[in-house]
Ligand binder design. Sequence first.
Ligand code: FES
Length: 176
Amino acid sequence: MNPATTDNWAQVEAAAQAALTPEIVSFIAACRAKPHPESHLIAVLHRVQEHFGYLGQAQMDAVAQLLRVPAARVSGVATFYHYFRLQPRGRFMINVCMGTACYVKGADRVAARFREELGIDFGQTTTDGQFSLHDAACLGTCGLAPVVMINDKVYPRVTPDQVPGLLESLTAPAPA
Ligand code: FES
């Protein structure tokens, strides 16, 4: 083997390992030892997202290099499945229920107000890293429609006019 190629690969491998964690690197090595390493791609990406909170470009490139699958295949899988996030999560994860019961009670207007106030669309995070906005299927509390869930807390019967105050209350300093 050409030593220049070997040196280059050693550098690439070291950089890829540095972009991940030792546990994920070991997991990928174990997958590589199995008959069809590529079939473990989703499992690897799950581990990456579990640790980093999302799939960053550097992490996806590292997975491609260490698992020896094309980078296009990794980004294709990451963008195809909606449970993979390609952006960091905000401190507050806002899920606006767009299920039928919430929709008929005006969830689309609530969602529009969140978009307007935050300046982002569904699937995006504000540049200050505070808020991520997502649409959700039925959250299972239809009697409280329209429902918004922020992190683990459910907000019932939300109106568009309540949205600015709700956002303010989230970031307001706790009373001394
Ligand atoms: S449709 Fe929104 S909670 Fe069921």
